[in-house]
Each structure stands twice: as C-alpha cells, then as structure tokens.
Design a protein around this ligand. Structure first.
Ligand code: F6P
Length: 364
C-alpha cells in the first residue's frame, strides 16, 4: 500500500496504563499527520470503540507529550468487546458487543487502527483481524510478559521506580536492623521483582516462576542475621506463591479482562517472617507508583521506535501484526505468535544466574 493510502487512522490505548504510551501516540500521529492522514484518538481503549467515543487529534494535542506519563486518550482494562460487561438488575452480565465496535470503526472510516496494549489487547487485536479489521498491535506493559518481543516499554520505568524504592528501604532497614519486605507488581511474571531486586541488591527475591519454601526463606534471613548483617531486603512479586499455598488475590472483578486483581503476598510474607524468625519486619506495597510518572529515556526511545515502525507496517498493509523488539532492533511479528503464551522468567535466565552468583536467595 502506498503511504498516502492511509487517509484516516485510529489510535487506542488498552489495559493498564504505563509510562511511554504518550510517546507512542506521538510517534504514530506525527508522521501520520505529515503524510496528510486524519488521526482519530479513540477514548478509553476498546470501551471507546464499542461506545463510539473518539476525537480527532490535532498537532497541538501531540506536542510536548513524549515525557508525559499516563495516556492522553484514557484507557481501560474492562472493555473487552467480545465479553463486554454490562450492569443489569441481575448483576454484571457479559455480552458480545464486537459488532458495535466494528460499526464505529466503519463509521469513522478508518484505514488502520493502532492498538497499544498488553496481552489482553493483543487477543482482541487478533479476533478483530480475523473479522476483517485492519489493526496493528504495539506491545506495552510494565509486566514485560508479552512473548514475541524481548521487552515492552513501561517495564524499564517500573523497574527504575522499584529500584529506587529498594534503595530507600535499604537505608531505613539497615538503620533499624529490620527485615524490609517490598511487594511489586508484575502479574504472573517475575520480571519487575527480578530486575529491581537485582539492581537494588535485594537479599531474597520471590517470583511466580519459583514457588518458594517458607523454611528456605526463614533460613536465608536468619543466616544473614547470624553472620552479622542485621537487616535484609525481601523483594516479592505480587504473583509469587508458596509451594504449599495459593496465589494471593485481592479481589475478583468480572468486568476486568483478567478478573483477578493480585496483591497481599507481601503482607503474608512479612508476617510469617516476623512470627517464625523473631526478626522485626516491615512491609511496603509499592502499588501504582510503579505505573505512574514520566517514562525513562529507554522507554521513550523504545516507544518512539515502536510507534514509527507501526505506522510503516500499516502503510505496507501488514495488518494483524505487532511490532516487537529483537535485540536492539524493532521488527514485526504476527499477533497470533505474540499471544501463544505469557513470557515468564525462564529458570536459566542470565538474570537468575547473576542474582544467584551474588548470593541472592529465591526461597527454593
Ligand atoms: O498489568 C499491569 C498491572 O499493573 C499489573 O502489574 C497489576 O497486577 C495490574 O495491572 C493492576 O491492575 P489495576 O490497575 O486494575 O489495579
């Protein structure tokens, strides 16, 4: 397809926000406007596509946003068009509203729709591609759990925030001779805990990929204490679970694309360490500060490379594809390949080997 064939393009951001979304929006919209295309910003992710909420983006909307956190378009992790949650007198019921989304796409006369999102968004991109819409996926998530890309933007920013938090806990923990437990996000993958734990010098890192044994965890902090290190840092992924226990779920919400909201393992780990070892323990749950604020330079650059490549992909008519990072380069993969499985931490990851080499425990 020749470049000037793209007359009207849409952009939406789906799922949980992450730093770098605005940098992507800008890097699609600027070159699209430069070739004369009209750019439609769909509001609040797929909810806006189903409900027909959008606005035309103008150059002033996309100026000065490369460093801005959040998303100027709004987002939602509750609006899967194929399982759309509706409040009824009988409670929440789920309907297939994909035809409403298709109608809006057609009414807006889009030649291409760019969907910036995580795993849930890519599943929706795949289904609409099968129904004949022209979509290109752009992977984002702080969790870094999408396969078919070496990294998603948002991860580096979240890892930086978590690392800074661990640094801060180090100084107060060592001053008071305490065990400091920090719970970080990441859903069913341990990338944030592992990356930040390694960068921050955590003594123990608990991740979903390695169900941990309570006794091994106690042994590790007690050993440190006996050897004279009078404090320990334990970095826990929200999806970590004990080998003899379950995932800790904060709430179940049928409206969400993933109904489970994780959280609470940090409190449990902190309480058990204090009860079983007698060491004074404090717990910090980092929460959404990991998702907010400005993207790191790395994420701004990756987001810009992703967005500009995505526009080129659409110009070539390669729909049903997702841009992806392979080594240093941005390339393109089929969305079907990207959604085959979640990208979790492999046991032989160099991050794991490096952490073990410097004495970090995994509770196994
Ligand atoms: O997927 C990103 C993420 O931040 C996860 O790490 C976390 O489990 C989830 O979203 C939190 O979702 P919410 O913002 O709906 O609480």
């Amino acid at each position: 397809m020749a470049p000037n064939k793209l007359k009207r393009v849409g952009i939406l951001t789906g799922g949980g926000d992450c730093p770098g979304l605005n940098a992507v929006i800008r890097s699609i919209a600027k070159p699209a406007m430069a070739i004369g295309a009209t750019v439609i910003g769909v509001q609040d992710g797929f909810e806006g596509l189903v409900e027909g909420r959008s606005r035309e983006l103008k150059p002033k909307d996309i100026g000065g946003i490369v460093n801005l956190g959040g998303t100027i378009l709004g987002t939602s992790n509750k609006g899967n068009p194929f399982q759309y949650p509706v409040e009824t007198p009988r409670g929440i019921e789920v309907y297939d509203y994909s035809q409403n989304a298709i109608r809006n796409y057609q009414d807006w006369e889009l030649d291409a729709l760019f969907a910036i999102g995580g795993d849930g968004t890519m599943h929706i991109v795949d289904r609409f591609t099968d129904l004949g819409l022209s979509l290109v996926g752009i992977p984002k998530t702080i969790d870094n759990d999408l396969s078919a890309t070496d990294m998603t933007f948002g991860y580096d920013s979240a890892m930086s925030v978590a690392t800074e938090a661990i640094d801060r806990l180090h100084s107060t923990g060592s001053a008071h001779h305490r065990v400091m437990v920090i719970e970080v996000m990441g859903r069913y993958a341990g990338w944030i805990a592992l990356g930040a734990g390694l960068a921050g010098g955590a003594d123990v890192i608990l991740i979903p990929e390695f169900p941990f044994v309570w006794e091994k965890l106690y042994e590790h902090v007690l050993r440190r204490s006996k050897l004279g290190s009078r404090f320990s840092i334990v970095c826990v992924a929200e999806g970590a679970k004990p080998a003899d226990g379950e995932l800790v779920v904060k709430e179940k919400d049928k409206k969400r694309t993933d109904p489970f909201r994780l959280g609470g393992i940090g409190e449990l780990v902190g309480k058990k360490i204090e009860d079983e070892t007698g060491l004074e323990t404090r717990v910090t749950v980092l929460g959404h500060v990991q998702r907010g604020g400005s993207p790191t330079p790395f994420d701004r650059v990756l987001a810009t490379k992703f967005g500009s490549m995505a526009l080129r992909v659409a110009m070539e008519g390669k729909f049903g594809h997702m841009v992806s990072l392979r080594g240093q380069d941005v390339t393109v993969v089929s969305v079907k390949d990207a959604i085959l499985k979640l990208r979790t931490v492999p046991p032989d990851s160099q991050l794991i080997l490096a952490a073990k080499a410097v004495g970090t425990g995994f509770g196994v």
